[in-house]
Design a protein around this ligand. Sequence first.
Ligand code: PLP
Length: 366
Amino acid sequence: MSVAGAPGAIGPEALAERLAAFPRAGLGTFPTPLERWDRLAGQLGLGDRLLAKREDLSGLAFGGNKVRQLDLLLGDALAQGADTIVHGGALQSNYCRMLAAACARLGLDCQLVLSRAYGQPDDQGNVLLDLLAGATVHTIDGPLGADHEAVKARLAERLRERGRRPYLITYPRSETLGTVAFVEAALETLAQCDDPAGPTGGRRPELLVTAAVGSAQAGYLLGSRALGWELRVRGIAPLGAEYPVAETIAAAAGAAAELLGLPRALVARADVDNSAAHVGGGYAVPTPEGLAAIRRVARAEGVFLDPVYTGKAMAALIADAEAGALAREHERVLFLHTGGNVALFAYAPQLLDDLRAADGALLRPL
Ligand SMILES: Cc1ncc(COP(=O)(O)O)c(C=O)c1O
């Protein structure tokens, strides 16, 4: 079947049926809320046309975009009979924090390899929660990349030799299933947007802005096209241009299309709009604009972003809105809040400097 006006689109019922075939671990609280952010929209001249999809409220371990992905990935791991999960990231990885909690909930052993290369504290924020949830935390001094992946693979091998059944979370399987999870997010979001009693009054957003290196952008791109929803997706990379983000996203969309029985051509490389212009000094290095965006959203909407991903994505949205270059006239803009706010506590010095510069004295003795 095809949906009128959109070659390759199959519509919501058929897509939901294909998604239902994947094994799940039963994690998270869905649908996540869709909200209107009218106060921030007013400041940016967007009227009532700014929406937020709250993946930060996905219901496990302070939430975030990985909960949806872990539901499928750990569903895959359980279906394969795994008893141990091996993964890793930076010391303040949001993914690993949600994974540690998910493993605790599912009775799986969690083995993490965390990199100290990004100047992040080791007694705060995400890593503190990893330890609280009972994960075994191994550290390396080198950065993320091929060497880190090799250390993860060797750890999995050692565990296998000791009679364990490890499931190694690694590229491209993690990216592909993560993208399938965000195809489902697109389906969920469209139902919320099409609801005449919902926050959009039944009108679909035309532009989505998100922090992105892979699955969320790939999934929304593929999902929207499969649904015949004309949505532009603007990804804001938290990494420098040396990492091939757009290629990764295009490849993930293609691989997920194949798993879902959709045409690979639904998402072309040219459809992937991902910008590294807001990274600043590099991955996990806060920018003044990102810190200001965190403060602005906290004060306009009572919502907390993070310095590594969502703050930089919101800084891009704000800069474009203020330059009149965000959306076309009358378009609705959807900001995907991917979570990460636990990392705020690991960046207290930088956040306090930003607050002092904005407000002067912070704590005022009476
Ligand atoms: C808060 C936050 N936002 C965005 C991302 C990027 O997600 P994705 O891999 O789906 O692009 C991550 C993790 O990498 C994250 O922790």
